[in-house]
Design a protein around this ligand. Structure first.
Ligand code: AMP
Length: 595
């Protein structure tokens, strides 16, 4: 890759995008050859390739792996061994993904050049948007962007989320003074690690510029909704600050105070009056268009698990402002962009950029959602980017410059079509995830283990957990996990729909036990980011799970193979469960969490 490939190109980037997608096959081969060339002497690749850069040898010899198989290499680097174990370039940071292994966040290698690659993809978004909505350079963008806590590994490499890495980088902080980069949020507010202070200042900056805002959003819809919930609770404070021209004393971060002081230069009672009038006038349906009347679109990831937030965002937008999903990216690699950003969120397809990494695909049976993550993948089954077929489902596999080779990302994608010769994909789901509110991703096994540890508390008090299922409740802000439990007192013989009288303290301690055994990312979201609310156990009447089975069988489940679903979605099953609830119990405290 010559130094120019990832440079800023403005509108010319769109022509380059055409070239890249037209020549997708060649670009992919060139990228793979370069990855192999640069990394051929690494311990990992030389084990399989013996110094060769031959593509067919790569496809025959290098195994398709899950995180567990590469974790030992990554941990060696985290503990101070040289990057050359897996990468031809110095690893500059370990990117903490929201995927976990054994409850701990996965760490992905990253090299300096990756920041250029990520910036390259960000730089494509505005030329694409501008094609459909000219004039976006005539105002501001209110993007609510947040950093997360970071910590060094024993070797001193920072371990942090990919967005934290990006916002702290010179690529973001010294971004081009371009009208498309004109954000309402001061960098100091974005970079403030206290999410409450950060959110307060970013929303305040947003309302101060309310008539200049042309687009608003956050990376994920969950963060946007959480910020809007915060605005709902705190608008009187924001309006007070605007009225007096002085920042609320609860904002103590010195950089935030300095940056906001520069914005709140003088009392502005008329703006404060407008905010108060809008925010206090009854329903918040359509509030976004009233506070920010010139908003042309709302941007956030709304695909995959984030699709659950579409109705809520439509509520706030009044259904009148387009909801736009622009990109698909991960800690491992930034993948692609949506070339038709004004399409319905349910129809979003991402075009993978053939110069971001080397992409391969494991064909999946139609409609596959979960599955055994550890299952071995035969190399010959895996297909290349240009060989995928429209309508088929695949799991994405990526090789990167930084040291991932044939790594299973875990995302299930469906091909919807092609742009030139590059396929476009609908994001279907993450393999094996059943519950997710924010960046937490809980699979069936994790949930089962947590419930198993909690039910020991029940058993010690002579109750049995007969059956359970779960639900990600996003009608609350923040959303929270709900477990439906059917329990029985072992001394109670009679068949009674009345559940045994049960001690609230006992069930609360069950909530605590479940949360304590959920993984690191869940506990961080709960205790630090506050992006997930307290877990709830809903006790249902005796016989409820039999009723649920009858319902699901009437809808086509096989009676022989019936298993209680470990998770339900909105619909008749959830309605049935909710109609049988006899008691709700919430976790009374935050689960333990450390950086
Ligand atoms: P992380 O590595 O923690 O940044 O999470 C990356 C994962 O988030 C991806 O592998 C996807 O599962 C999910 N993700 C990222 N972008 C999108 C998107 N546009 N639509 C749906 N899911 C996404």
């Amino acid at each position: 890759m010559d130094g120019k490939e990832l440079e800023y190109k403005g509108e010319a980037a769109l022509q380059e995008l055409e070239m890249l997608t037209m020549n997708a096959k060649d670009v992919q081969e060139r990228i793979l050859t370069e990855i192999l060339e640069r990394n051929k002497t690494t311990e990992y690749l030389s084990k399989y390739m013996k110094g060769s850069t031959d593509i067919s040898l790569f496809k025959r010899n290098v195994p398709v792996v899950t995180y567990d198989m590469i974790q030992p290499y990554i941990l060696r680097i985290a503990n101070g061994e040289d990057s050359s174990i897996i990468s031809g370039h110095p690893i500059t940071e370990l990117i903490r993904s929201s995927g976990t292994s054994s409850g701990e966040p996965r760490l992905m290698p990253s090299i300096e050049e990756d920041l250029d690659r990520r910036t390259y993809l960000y730089n494509l978004i505005m030329p694409i948007m501008n094609k459909y909505m000219p004039g976006l350079d005539e105002g501001k963008a209110m993007y609510l962007l947040f950093v997360k806590a970071e910590s060094p590994t024993p070797s001193g490499l920072p371990a942090r989320s990919v967005l934290t890495s990006y916002y702290k980088s010179p690529h973001f902080r010294h971004r081009r003074p371009d009208p498309f980069n004109d954000y309402t949020s001061p960098d100091a507010a974005i970079l403030c690690a206290d999410s409450r202070q950060s959110m307060y200042c970013q929303l305040l900056a947003g309302v101060l510029h309310r008539r200049r805002v042309l687009r608003l959003g956050a990376v994920f819809a969950s963060a946007l909704l959480r910020s809007l919930g915060f605005l709902h609770r705190h608008w009187p404070d924001l309006a007070g600050d605007v009225r007096t021209g002085s920042l609320n004393p609860s904002i103590t971060d010195p950089a935030c105070r300095a940056a906001m002081g520069a914005l709140l230069r003088a009392p502005n009672p008329s703006l404060a009056g407008e905010i108060e009038e809008i925010c206090s006038a009854g329903s918040w349906r359509g509030i976004l268009g009233r506070i920010w009347p010139n908003t042309k679109y709302i941007e956030a990831v709304l695909t995959g698990t984030m699709a659950q937030y579409i109705p809520m965002l439509e509520f706030y937008s009044g259904g009148r402002i387009p909801l736009v999903c622009t990109m698909y990216a991960s800690s491992e690699c930034y993948f692609g962009v949506n070339l038709e950003p004004l399409c319905d969120p349910m129809d979003v397809a991402y075009t993978l950029l053939p110069n971001m990494g080397y992409f391969e695909f494991i064909p999946l049976e139609e409609g596959i959602k979960a599955g055994d993550e550890e299952e071995r993948v035969e190399s010959e089954k895996v297909v290349g980017l240009v060989d995928v077929k429209v309508g088929c489902y695949y799991e994405l596999v990526v090789s990167t410059f930084a040291g991932l080779y044939r790594y299973r990302v875990g995302d299930v994608l469906q091909v919807t079509g092609f742009h030139n010769n590059a396929p476009q994909f609908k994001f279907i789901c993450r393999r094996n995830v059943i519950l997710s509110i924010d960046s937490d991703k809980t699979n069936e096994e994790d949930l089962h283990e947590s419930v198993t540890s909690a039910k020991k508390l029940l058993e010690s008090q002579n109750y049995l957990l007969l059956e359970y299922t779960s639900y990600a409740d996003t009608s609350t802000v923040p959303g929270h996990y709900v477990l439906f439990w059917e329990i029985k007192n072992i001394f109670e013989e009679a068949e009674t729909p009345r559940p045994p009288a049960i001690d609230a303290k006992l069930l609360e301690s069950c909530c605590v036990a479940v949360e304590e055994s959920l993984d690191y990312v869940y506990r961080r979201c709960r205790s630090h980011d506050k992006s997930v609310g307290p877990l709830e156990i809903r006790i249902v009447e005796a016989g409820t799970f039999e009723n649920l089975m009858d319902l699901l069988i009437s809808q086509g489940s096989s009676i022989n193979q019936y298993k209680a679903p470990r998770c339900v979605e909105p619909g008749p099953a959830l309605k049935l469960l909710n109609s049988k609830v006899v008691g709700c119990f919430f976790s009374p405290k935050n689960p333990t969490w450390k950086i």
